[in-house]
Design a protein. Structure first.
Length: 299
């Protein structure tokens, strides 16, 4: 497996984000019980991501996201002449407006292997008060409702859990939580959300999309592109101006399309080798990086 190389420099923030999320989800740790949180090396690769997801830093990012969403909503409302149809917001559910990190923590404490699945017990977590709203989410969506903006909840939860999803959103006070506005996967388990987004867009002008995964916004970022080309696409002319304006991203270091992207979504790939190749690409000693400073550098 070869990663595409480029001399084009990506921002330090993007590099850091890639390294952190991949390290959280794919790095191999020691398997000995003294060095392992879970007793399983592969399972341990999720530990740092879960710890991060439960941190004050993530709470700050979540609150920040909804402050930004409100600013963009208010900006849209100042320009009604731009729109022909009623206004709507489309949002993902898990790790965007509801936190399922408590389920991940439970899986870490259970014996045995776990590699971001199987998801047995997931909906039992959803049905409990352990699955809490993301800070700022309920307030933001009710604010949008007060301004006449409709919310649609497009989630990849299983089709036969729609009743639970509706009940959960109602229980925690989200507006428009009903059969019409909550849209899980269909019986064919189609993860692609394009058709559901298009269904909303028939009757509404969607002013904001919220999600924790790029597939919550578009299906263009295919996992088969690999991590480097996918990141370059995020900064391309097509998408660069959507971040923070039309698309609001919530942090999720525990799961998402970015993980299988590292091995180009190939089931037979050596995941550890693919991760090492990605790190080699970003290694500052890689010949693709030039040294610009000619003074003293302390080791």
């Amino acid at each position: 497996m070869k990663l595409y190389r480029t001399k084009k420099f990506l921002s330090v923030g993007v590099v850091g984000m890639i390294l952190y999320t991949v390290m959280s989800a794919t790095t191999t740790y020691a398997n000995s019980s003294s060095d392992s949180v879970t007793g399983d090396g592969r399972k341990d690769t999720y530990v740092n991501g879960i710890v991060y997801q439960l941190s004050a830093e993530v709470v700050g990012l979540q609150k920040q996201a909804f402050v930004l969403a409100k600013l963009q909503l208010d900006n849209a409302l100042k320009h009604p002449e731009r729109y022909d149809k009623p206004l709507a917001i489309v949002t993902d559910v898990d790790q965007t407006i509801m936190s399922d990190t408590t389920y991940q923590a439970t899986m870490m404490n259970k014996p045995g292997t776990w590699d971001n699945g199987p998801r047995k017990g997931y909906y039992h977590a959803v049905a409990s008060t352990a699955d809490q709203p993301i800070p700022g989410a309920v307030e933001f969506f009710n604010y949008a409702k007060s301004k006449g903006v409709t919310s649609f909840y497009i989630t990849n939860r299983a089709y036969d859990t729609k009743e639970l999803a509706v009940a959960q959103l109602q229980h925690f006070g989200f507006p428009d939580a009903d059969d019409l506005h909550v849209m899980p996967m269909n019986e064919a388990r189609e993860f692609n959300k394009d058709a559901r987004r298009a269904e909303v867009a028939k009757n509404y002008d969607v002013i904001l999309y919220l999600g924790d995964n790029i597939s919550d916004f578009t299906s263009a970022f295919k996992k088969e592109l690999g991590p480097i080309n996918r990141t370059k696409l995020a900064l391309s002319d097509t998408y660069e101006k959507k971040w923070g304006t039309e698309w609001i991203v919530l942090p999720n270091a525990t799961y998402g399309d970015y993980i299988p992207t590292v091995w180009y979504n190939k089931p037979e790939a050596n995941r550890n080798e693919a991760t090492r190749e990605l790190f080699h690409y970003w290694d500052y000693t890689n010949p693709q990086w030039n040294t610009w400073y000619d003074g003293f550098v302390k080791d």
